[in-house]
Ligand binder design. Structure first.
Ligand code: SIN
Ligand code: CO
Length: 383
């Protein structure tokens, strides 16, 4: 499925991170990619993040998954919503939904959350920290969108949900299959299913918080610091009041911190790695049997297609000397020449046939072998 009736440049200029936009069915043809039953099945699986939200009069209650299968039979007629996170990691058709949104770089993309709701079901008025494209898959949902919120916006007291206390909508839209609502970070929104069998696909983005960056970059740098790397003052001179921490001392202390954190190249390498860490690190995607070097060579020589694990995070940084740093699931690979070209292709395409001559390239074969071994890549038909 492709988005064909949509001006990306105009969208980036006027709406991205600025204001909400309703995009009426821009697809060449829209088909709902996942069955409600398959979604319910995923919500019962260990290692899949899911929530069930039920409405009783005006009160919303939340349960975290995995859910017991019997739970679905007990729901009765009260409005409810089932939400499953990162469905793209488990259903290729849902992973395919990310492709049209790759006009935003991969490192900013988080996952596809899928919701299923019965008539009147919804998660309540709230705001998220991230951009989201809400694609209506099946049935209808009424979306009301409000102003931009922040940490000072009053919330209703609730143990599990961050619901806005005085939600006032500025827009009110009924979405039908194929329609897309773009909501920038922090804009209030409230979606309520109109009729049963309402499925919504949230293409969710991510943006590191300053706190997260500072904390993790500092922690990384601290790991490599030596005990003896310490404040020193061999030039100490007498000062009038021994109680004063003088300006030169502060300058020197401040410089110790800033110098340790300001190495841009080291930061780039660290960030690539940090950003490529898997969303669910406890999930083990490694194949049962590691692939051998000769098998990799033979499959490459026969132009067997390669597919990335949809759960894997691939990105690269081009260094000044044209070396490529490839980051995959928390690992860094440095390459030049044909290995660098291969790294770029792996980052550009989620499924691909690579040049069969790479079978002769030891670095390319080694890279593919390692990526297959860590569960980030597979030859088609060789799981
Ligand atoms: C939903 O799909 O019901 C909720 C999505 C959202 O508001 O972020
Ligand atoms: Co939301």
């Amino acid at each position: 499925m492709k988005i064909t009736h949509f001006d990306l440049n105009l969208f980036l200029r006027d709406y991205w991170q600025k204001r909400p936009l309703l995009i009426r069915n821009p697809w060449n043809e829209w088909r709902n990619p996942l069955d409600p039953d398959e979604l319910a099945g995923l919500a019962c699986e260990e290692g899949v993040e899911s929530r069930l939200i039920t409405r009783d009069a005006d009160h919303l209650a939340m349960e975290s998954g995995p859910l017991a299968e019997e739970r679905f039979g007990e729901l009765g007629s009260a409005p409810c919503t089932l939400l499953v996170q990162a469905v793209d990691q488990h259903a290729p058709e849902v992973a395919g939904l990310i492709e049209p949104f790759r006009f935003v770089p991969d490192w900013r993309i988080d996952d596809v959350m899928v919701s299923y709701a019965t008539d009147g079901g919804g998660v309540g008025a709230h705001f998220d920290q991230y951009d989201v494209f809400l694609v209506q898959g099946l049935g209808k949902r009424r979306w009301r969108v409000g102003p931009r919120c922040d940490s000072a916006t009053p919330l209703l007291p609730h143990d599990d949900l961050r619901l806005i206390a005085d939600f006032e909508a500025t827009d009110d839209w009924l979405l039908e299959p194929g329609d897309i609502l773009y909501v920038p970070p922090c804009f209030a929104h409230d979606g309520v299913a109109v009729g049963d069998d309402c499925m919504t696909y949230s293409i969710g983005f991510r943006a590191p918080s300053r706190a997260e960056l500072v904390e993790n970059w500092c922690e990384h740098q601290v790991d490599g610091m030596l005990e003896e790397d310490r404040y020193a003052d061999p030039d100490l001179s007498l000062q009038a009041n021994p109680g004063e921490i003088t300006a030169p001392a502060i300058d020197r202390l401040h410089a110790m911190v800033m110098e340790a954190l300001s190495d841009r190249d080291a930061f780039a390498r660290w960030f690539g790695l940090f950003n490529s860490l898997p969303k669910y690190p406890e999930t083990d995607w490694r194949p049962e049997e590691p692939i051998g070097t000769q098998d990799v060579q033979a499959l490459l020589a026969h132009s067997v297609p390669l597919s990335r694990n949809p759960a894997s995070r691939f990105s690269f940084i081009r260094q000044q000397d044209e070396t490529i740093l490839l980051f995959v699931d928390g690992h860094c690979f440095e390459g030049t020449g044909e290995a660098a070209l291969l790294a770029e292709q792996l980052c550009a395409e989620r499924a691909m046939v690579v040049d069969s001559r790479l079978a002769e390239s030891a670095p390319a074969v080694a890279l593919i072998e390692t990526l297959i071994g860590q569960g980030s890549l597979a030859f088609d038909g060789e799981d």
